[in-house]
Design a protein around this ligand. Structure first.
Ligand SMILES: [Zn+2]
Length: 255
């Protein structure tokens, strides 16, 4: 009897989660009202220089994002004057759960659940109510080695975005934030994970260009500009990127 009841409760929870995910996806991709993307800065390395940077960080550091999405969405016929509203939230002082080293599906699911729980605990209700929560993990500009991989999750609609705490990097930071933001709307990566080379044609800003190289912009979800065969360049600002048609379909800009 108790066992049956337990199973029933579990099924109920699973159904509720599935429904929330479905409704969330429908909400996210209907583009009937602005989607609120709230950014929560975190000092990932805990150093004084990053603290100094974060104390002075204001919305101006992210001012390019909303006009960029408005411009790109309009090219696909989305008529909202503000498809995405970018809001700078409060600083979060507690580190997120560590990303698992092994790539097993179970540890990924467990991490994603812990991440959602942590995100819920660390972000008290705010106005406007966030549709997407991006946690900006800031590192000092002299950070040794490559930054950890950023992650944007469609399920849970949140992301961990690794950035450099430097004014000189702000324009490039916006590109990384835009890329991870679109993951939370269902966009997939459009590059080869082993070589980082954009996939052809969906990862090219101008796939029909003749000759194919050099490209002068990056498809946002490919993340790099293919300058010539085997040579890539990281876009320096959003102005050097476009949202390609395959991505536009994935996020619901094209029905
Ligand atoms: Zn990505």
């Amino acid at each position: 009897m108790f066992k049956a009841l337990r199973i029933l409760i579990l099924l109920g929870i699973l159904l509720a989660v599935a429904m929330t995910t479905l409704v969330g996806r429908w909400q996210a991709q209907s583009w009937k009202r602005p989607q609120v993307v709230t950014l929560y800065p975190i000092n990932a390395s805990g150093d004084a220089a990053t603290d100094f940077y974060l104390e002075r960080l204001d919305a101006a550091a992210f001012a390019g994002l909303a006009p960029y999405f408005q411009h790109e969405a309009a090219r696909y016929g989305v008529s909202l004057s503000e498809p995405m509203r970018i809001v700078l939230g409060s600083r979060v002082r507690v580190a997120p759960p560590a990303v698992p080293r092994d790539a097993g599906p179970l540890s990924a699911i467990s991490w994603s659940l812990r991440m959602r729980w942590w995100a819920w605990r660390q972000t008290p209700p705010s106005s406007p109510v966030p549709d997407v929560k991006l946690f900006l993990m800031y590192h000092p500009p002299d950070f040794a080695g490559a930054l950890p991989h950023s992650i944007g999750l469609e399920k849970g609609r949140l992301g961990l975005v690794h950035l450099f705490a430097s004014k000189a990097q702000q324009a490039q930071n916006e590109v990384v934030i835009a890329h991870e933001a679109l993951h939370t709307f269902g966009a997939t990566d459009k590059y080869d994970p082993s070589t980082l080379a954009p996939l052809f044609p969906e990862g090219f800003a101008e796939p029909r260009q003749e000759p194919r190289y050099p490209q002068t912009a990056a498809e946002l979800m490919a993340g790099r500009i293919p300058v010539r065969e085997g040579e890539l360049r990281i876009p320096s600002a959003l102005g050097e990127t476009v949202v390609g048609p395959a991505t536009a379909v994935e996020i619901g800009w094209v029905k």
